[in-house]
Design a binder for this molecule. Structure first.
Ligand SMILES: *[C@@H]1O[C@H](CO)[C@@H](O)[C@H](O)[C@H]1NC(C)=O
Ligand SMILES: *[C@@H]1O[C@H](CO)[C@@H](O)[C@H](O)[C@H]1NC(C)=O
Length: 442
């Protein structure tokens, strides 16, 4: 993470703490909490903030000293199972994230000089995560171990009057959180296992689809999403399918169907739902990617936005698909995660499935704004659909890559298309060339 950005972020967090200090005079700028937010444990600080734990911890340090076992950035960035991290960052799993972090904090002062020696077999300390205890031990060679698994690599890294921080080499996971994760994952894989059926013919190539390769259920795909994308009108030719590209553990097709149904029920997104149902190649592609373990965030323009599309913008062959591909982000983002990142970093660029174009996002009016200038759109209906693999976020404009708006944007006011069936007709010219996977014939 960029040092400068983080510096600014820390200033903000320090400011938040400082403002709270007025409310709670017991927490002062010399607190171990302030030190944590200002330390090199930036990933941990960020998680503490995401977990909305600052207030809890402020209260804790007014009552007693605390000892924080801080996994270093390496442990939280690279050594962590991406699936587990995704689980923790899902808003509905906030409690698990909180428990995980609180498990790293002992409500007492245990400096390295108070650490049990090697002859003491077991010293368990209560943690701030209710009913969870951390054993502190020492090896024969005098190395300090916490939780039975993690070496203390920087004992007494930060010392303050109300507590201290020990740097540790790996994350400590309390059993309850591990169980929550396993439960969620096995539920997901039970409901996502596809029956082994007859060979499937790829409607695009008219060739047999490759049989699934062996890979553990739930493992993230090996290849970047662009390698898995079928070549389309707007895309660079996809490389030949590589090893590990074809494992199917998730029923992507029904997840795509589900979210289209949700869009229809939600109301105000009928145009987009139509496109997805009828542009079968697009929906198939999305279903295929999700089946293979990729995740997607759909920025869904609402009906009003779609109605503003001009004939010009739709007339090129493949234009509707290109427009839609620009609204697909190969990441799983929720309103909360996007809002948090734009608030933290100011401007964030998300990759889209329309290579190489990115979509810019920034904070505006307490919401997330995508694109820039006239071509921008606000996050309008957050989290219309979120299932852990597909996230649908309603927006109030149709987005175009920046370079393109400069070239093709009409200088005069665009003539909005009046008859919507006519527009659908145009969209369908492309979609109907391909056999309907969802059983719709054109
Ligand atoms: C924290 O520990 C220090 C040193 O042991 C002690 O002086 C102080 O009173 C403790 N603070 C709290 C809030 O218990
Ligand atoms: C898809 O296209 C057909 C024919 O153009 C249309 O009748 C149908 O309503 C469209 N799909 C949806 C979900 O509306």
């Amino acid at each position: 993470m960029d040092k400068k950005i983080y510096g600014a972020l820390n200033l903000i967090m320090l400011f938040i703490l400082a403002t709270n200090i007025n409310a709670l005079p017991q927490v002062n700028s010399n607190s171990v909490l302030v030190a944590l937010l200002d330390s090199h444990y930036t990933e941990l600080s960020e998680l503490v903030e995401k977990a909305l734990l600052l207030q809890t911890l402020e209260k804790a340090v007014t009552l007693h000293n605390i000892t924080i076992f801080a996994p270093n950035n390496e442990a939280l960035e690279r050594q962590m199972d991406p699936e587990f991290k995704r689980f923790l960052l899902e808003p509905r799993n906030l409690k698990s994230l909180q428990n995980l972090l609180l498990y790293h904090i002992i409500p007492a002062r245990v400096g390295s000089n108070e650490w049990p020696g090697e002859n003491i077999v077991h010293q368990r300390h209560k943690t701030l995560c209710a009913d969870n205890y951390l054993p502190l031990t020492s090896t024969k060679s005098g190395k300090k171990i916490v939780g039975g698994v993690s070496h203390v690599i920087k004992p007494d890294d930060v010392i303050r009057p109300d507590g201290l921080i020990h740097g540790i080499e790996r994350l400590l996971v309390p059993r309850s959180v591990q169980e929550d994760f396993n439960r969620r994952r096995s539920l997901a894989s039970i409901s996502a296992v596809l029956p082994e059926g007859a060979p499937v013919v790829d409607p695009r190539t008219h060739r047999l689809k490759k049989p699934a390769g062996p890979a553990p259920a739930g493992s993230p795909p090996v290849l970047p999403v662009y390698d898995a994308l079928a070549p389309g009108p707007s895309l660079a030719p996809a490389p030949a399918p590589g090893p590990g590209g074809g494992h199917r553990h998730f029923d992507g097709e029904s997840q795509v169907k589900d979210f289209i149904q949700t869009l229809l029920h939600y109301g105000g997104y009928n145009e987009l739902a139509d496109i997805l149902v009828n542009l079968t190649s697009l929906a198939t592609e999305m279903g295929k990617l999700v089946s293979e373990g990729y995740v997607l965030t759909v920025l869904a323009p609402n009906d009003e936005a779609m109605a503003k599309l001009t004939t010009d913008q739709l007339s090129d062959i493949g234009a509707p698909e290109q427009i839609m591909y620009y609204h697909l982000i190969p990441e799983y983002q929720t309103e909360e995660s996007m809002y948090n990142s734009v608030r933290r970093f100011g401007k964030v660029n998300y990759n889209t499935l329309r290579l190489p174009h990115k979509v810019a996002a920034e904070e505006a009016d307490g919401s997330v704004k995508f694109g820039s200038g006239d071509g921008s759109a606000y996050l309008f209906d957050p989290d219309i659909y979120t299932d852990g693999r597909i996230s649908v976020q309603g927006i109030d404009g149709v987005l175009f890559p920046e370079t393109e708006t400069k070239v093709s944007a009409p200088t005069t006011a665009p003539t909005p298309k009046v008859v919507s069936t006519q527009r659908r007709g145009k969209l369908m010219e492309v979609g109907c060339t391909i056999a309907g996977v969802f059983g719709h014939s054109c």
